[in-house]
Design a protein around this ligand. Structure first.
Ligand code: TXA
Ligand code: MG
Length: 346
């Protein structure tokens, strides 16, 4: 029921792209790689196809989808107006890991935007994604290709773990470059507000726009019921491994001492312990994963590592945090969400 085709991300096979585009045109589902994570795509303007995405992912119906385009002309078809700030961002960051939220035109079905008057638009920087969109002749709505609540897929294997049998075709283009989903920036408010941090960082956005705010939920400052309907994705527990995840932040030595201390306590309780380290320290835990020393590497490996802890069947995961500068804001946002906001400051 699910066909899988492997192709070179730098030189996608035309036959495979054409086959995938036919499925999109007929209202089916295609999972494909982007530079951030794999997406579960359908024709963004076909309400019936969009409903299939929500069903396959078991996604709450009030969480809107990002619409992917391959050229600026399609942005104008979707957005009621493209303000000057948007023009500047498009010029600077498209194609790339940035989604801009603009007021939508009626052509975009309410199913795609979960009844919001706005639409999130992004142009992925990936040959497979771009050629699939072009060949389909439409815009492609695509959430991350995971079951809702699970870590986003950075490899085709992750897609198959969650969606085998629920998607018509998977294009395997290897591991994705960034490993975290795109930055989501709301341009319908002043000043613009980051709803989800990603590889286009706050610092980079401020260089172009001047003032940019971070939605308080991004850093876990407000959660649950306090959240408004404007940024629905923030309301759900995301990326959650089966084990309890606890993040420890502070100076390296303090963090390491705290983790050793917590491990002793958990050992007494006979719990299986996992540690995710960003410093490369060797812990005597049941399962240790090194996320990488640079933020770039940590971002790229994070979701894969979270899935591996599930396979290792640990009861609790202790994770060394990072500072929130640059890409650190996105890394900590995903870690905090995965932990249900359990953060210990040493
Ligand atoms: O990197 C990415 O963005 C990946 C790849 C496949 O492009 N896609 C992705 O989609 O992460 P998804 O559905 O997993 O996350 C979309 C996020 C959600 O948090 C959603 O609430 C938010 O974007 N979003 C989409 N449209 C929005 C809108 N009109 N207003 C506010 N937030 C929106
Ligand atoms: Mg997602």
């Amino acid at each position: 029921m699910t066909e899988v085709y492997k192709t070179d991300p730098l030189k996608p096979d035309r036959v495979i792209i054409r086959k995938a585009a036919e499925i999109i045109k007929e209202g089916g589902l295609v999972a494909f790689p982007t530079e951030t994570v794999y997406g579960l795509g359908a024709d963004a303007l076909n309400a019936e196809a969009i409903r299939k995405i929500f069903k396959a992912k078991r996604r709450p119906l009030n969480n809107p989808l990002i619409v992917h385009v391959a050229d600026n002309e399609h942005i104008r078809k979707l957005a009621r107006k493209v303000p000057r700030e948007a023009e500047e961002l498009i010029e600077r960051f498209f194609p790339g890991p940035l989604t801009i939220v603009l007021r939508k035109k009626p052509i975009v079905p309410d199913e795609t935007t979960a009844d919001l008057p706005t639409v999130g638009i992004r142009m992925p920087d990936h040959k497979i994604a771009l050629s699939l969109i072009e060949e389909s002749g439409t815009s492609i709505a695509a959430p991350s290709a995971n079951t809702a609540g699970r870590p986003s897929p950075t490899r085709a294997q992750h897609v198959l773990e969650d969606l085998y049998g629920k998607v018509d075709l998977v294009i395997d283009g290897g591991e994705t470059k960034f490993g975290l989903e795109s930055t989501v920036l709301d341009l319908t408010v002043k000043p613009p507000q980051i709803l989800r941090p990603g590889a286009v960082t706050l610092e980079m956005l401020r260089e172009v726009l001047g003032t940019v705010r971070i939605h308080p939920a991004v850093q876990g400052k407000i959660r649950g019921k306090e959240l408004t309907a404007k940024s629905p994705g923030m309301r759900y527990r995301h990326y959650a491994p089966r084990a309890d995840l606890i993040i420890i932040i502070g100076k390296d030595e303090d963090v390491q001492r705290k983790i050793e201390e917590m491990m002793q306590n958990f050992n007494v309780k006979r719990l299986r312990i996992g540690v995710a380290t960003t410093t490369g320290r060797e812990y005597q835990a049941n399962h240790v994963e090194f996320l990488g020393e640079s933020k770039k590497k940590i971002a790229k490996s994070l979701f894969d590592v979270l899935r591996r802890f599930d396979e290792a069947d640990v009861d609790v995961i202790l994770a060394e945090g990072v500072d929130e500068r640059g890409l650190g804001l996105a890394i900590m946002n995903r870690l905090k969400k995965a932990s249900g906001y359990k953060v210990i400051k040493t």
